[in-house]
Design a protein around this ligand. Structure first.
Ligand code: SAH
Length: 201
């Protein structure tokens, strides 16, 4: 499968039925998800690996990982309604995924690779921390998306180092957030996001 094809396929999956702002439920755009997955795949971190998607939402990253040959994919999500959509998306894509309806902090499986698009922490400050902490606990390799802002970059660098990980900023991509939340005035908000790989020291 080519990256473009994967992006198209992922962008066609169903979105959040009733997005909850407090959970920062905006789906990962297909091209951004494909970019993250391609970077991980090229580094040998997807094919034949046990992978976890933390905060899977509608399942975009989890489905992509399975399609790229992951041996096993766990997908953790606290919101049952989102998970229902994720299950449907997985079924349609023919991707077998182990869905877990729980808070990320409750996930206890050891995996090879974590992939995630955690809450950016713009609604609830620090909302990205339990995600990073759990990822650092269960995997040696982590791919994640964060806001491309100086203060976030500084935080990520320090927080990962404090937890025994090197943060490598792989690329910066445009990320479109639909104006589904009442505090968004524009129809579509375009922000910039960094895609990282974290490696245990
Ligand atoms: N990649 C997903 C979107 C991620 S948005 C997609 O494309 O659909 C972040 C997701 O994390 C949301 O689905 C939200 O419900 C979930 N979430 C937020 N806090 C959580 C927590 N503490 N535990 C598990 N899931 C959480």
């Amino acid at each position: 499968m080519r990256k473009k094809h994967l992006a198209m396929l992922l962008s066609r999956l169903e979105g959040f039925p009733e997005p909850k702002p407090e959970l920062e439920q905006y789906r990962t755009p297909g091209d951004v998800a494909a970019e993250l997955l391609w970077l991980a795949h090229s580094a040998g971190d997807i094919e034949g690996k046990v992978v976890a998607d933390l905060g899977t939402g509608t399942g975009v990253l989890a489905v992509g990982a399975k399609l790229l040959g992951a041996e096993r994919v766990y997908a953790v999500e606290v919101d049952g309604k989102a998970l229902k959509v994720a299950r449907k998306n997985a079924e349609r894509a023919g991707a077998e995924i182990e869905f877990i309806n729980a808070d990320v902090s409750e996930f206890e499986e050891k995996v090879d690779t974590v992939i995630m698009n955690p809450p950016f922490g713009s609604q609830r400050k620090g909302a990205d921390r339990p995600f990073l902490l759990k990822a650092f606990e269960v995997a040696d390799r982590v791919y994640s998306i964060h806001l491309a802002k100086p203060e976030v970059r500084n935080f990520i660098k320090k927080f990962s180092a404090d937890n025994g990980f090197t943060a490598i900023r792989l690329t910066t991509v445009p990320f479109e957030i639909p104006a589904q939340f009442r505090f968004h005035r524009k129809r579509l908000e375009r922000i910039l996001a960094d895609i990282y790989r974290f490696e245990r020291y």
